[in-house]
Design a protein around this ligand. Structure first.
Ligand code: CA
Ligand code: CA
Ligand code: CA
Ligand code: CA
Length: 316
């Protein structure tokens, strides 16, 4: 009797599942494409672009008096056929991306290449992917279509933005001080100007924002003017800088959640450590389970000696 019930249940599930492939209008829902296939396609598109385009590097090398330090991209052709292609000027970083990031029906990790260049080196330090950064930015597609941007400086807490964007920004130095002009505009002395190319696996993949003009699997290009950043940003103010809450050290702060099991069972939802003031959900705030000396050095007591520090150990 019991077995029959299970079989019936499976049959019902199968029907529900097959129906879910079609929405109400009868349009087939397309499952996301495999990560490795999309990565290879994206990388080929970006490389093709980098080989056939250049930026206004001559203006950056000897800036005209009225130059606005904006990066302008153009095709190598006609009068511009002798320009140096971007491919000879970019640097790269390799970022492993797990298929879990996009809830794919596969279990793979695929290396993605982020291409970037500093058109103007900032004179300050560079932020980490866990820092709040003051910057102006513009995003465009490889077609040249601009989809987003902000010409005035705005604070961005990098973990809230695209993974490739945060990684890209972390390569650029910022400036030193804010200067307010008589006309109300603000400049930052010695700010950096950078450019980056993100494959879709470091951007929206198959889930771009509606109405943004970005299509599934689109590569994105961002230019940024990096003004300032807050060193060792501690977003949840628990005493531990956000970057130190990237426990698996993969540059992605959203996949570190020590108390995930108890949060999910108690209906708290998923609060990653960089946003969690009680990282082990034992009722004692993280701030009260760590020690910070007068110089700001943090130590992590482990009172039961089991190798897990108290702030991540629900039973101590
Ligand atoms: Ca992480
Ligand atoms: Ca948590
Ligand atoms: Ca925390
Ligand atoms: Ca705690």
């Amino acid at each position: 009797m019991k077995e029959k019930g299970v079989l019936l249940f499976i049959a019902v599930l199968t029907i529900l599942f097959s129906c879910s492939n079609d929405d109400e209008s009868g349009v087939q829902v397309v499952p996301p494409r495999p990560l490795a296939e999309v990565e290879a396609e994206n990388d080929a598109e970006i490389l093709e672009y980098l080989q056939t385009h250049y930026y206004n590097y001559e203006e950056f090398a000897s800036p005209p008096a009225d130059f606005n330090f904006k990066i302008v991209l153009d095709t190598i052709a006609g009068d511009a056929q002798d320009k140096i292609p971007l491919i000879d000027q970019v640097s790269t970083m390799t970022i492993p991306v797990s298929s879990e990031t996009f809830n794919l029906d596969e279990d793979v990790t695929v290396d993605h290449t982020l291409y970037y260049l500093a058109a103007r080196e900032g004179i300050g330090e560079s932020p980490t992917v866990g820092d709040s950064t003051l910057l102006a930015y513009e995003g465009q597609l490889l077609s040249g279509e601009v989809f987003d941007g902000n010409v005035t400086y705005t604070w961005q807490y990098l973990p809230f933005f695209l993974r490739g964007y945060a990684a890209g920004v972390s390569n650029f130095n910022v400036g030193t001080e804010v200067v307010s002009n008589p006309d109300g505009t603000v400049e930052i002395t010695g700010s950096g100007v950078g450019l980056m190319f993100l494959p879709s696996g470091l951007a929206y993949y198959d889930n771009p924002p509606l109405g943004s003009g970005i299509l599934n699997y689109d590569n994105l290009v961002f230019q940024v003017n990096t003004g300032l950043f807050i060193e060792a940003t501690d977003y949840d103010n628990d005493g531990i800088p956000s970057i130190m809450e990237d426990l698996n050290n993969d540059g992605n702060l959203s996949n570190d959640n020590t108390d995930e099991a108890s949060e999910l069972s108690s209906g708290f939802g998923f609060v990653p450590n960089h946003l969690d003031i009680d990282d082990d959900q034992d009722g004692t705030l993280t701030r009260d389970e760590i020690s910070i000396d007068n110089e700001g050095n943090i130590t992590f007591p482990d009172s039961d000696g089991d190798g897990t520090p108290d702030y991540l150990d629900a039973d101590s």
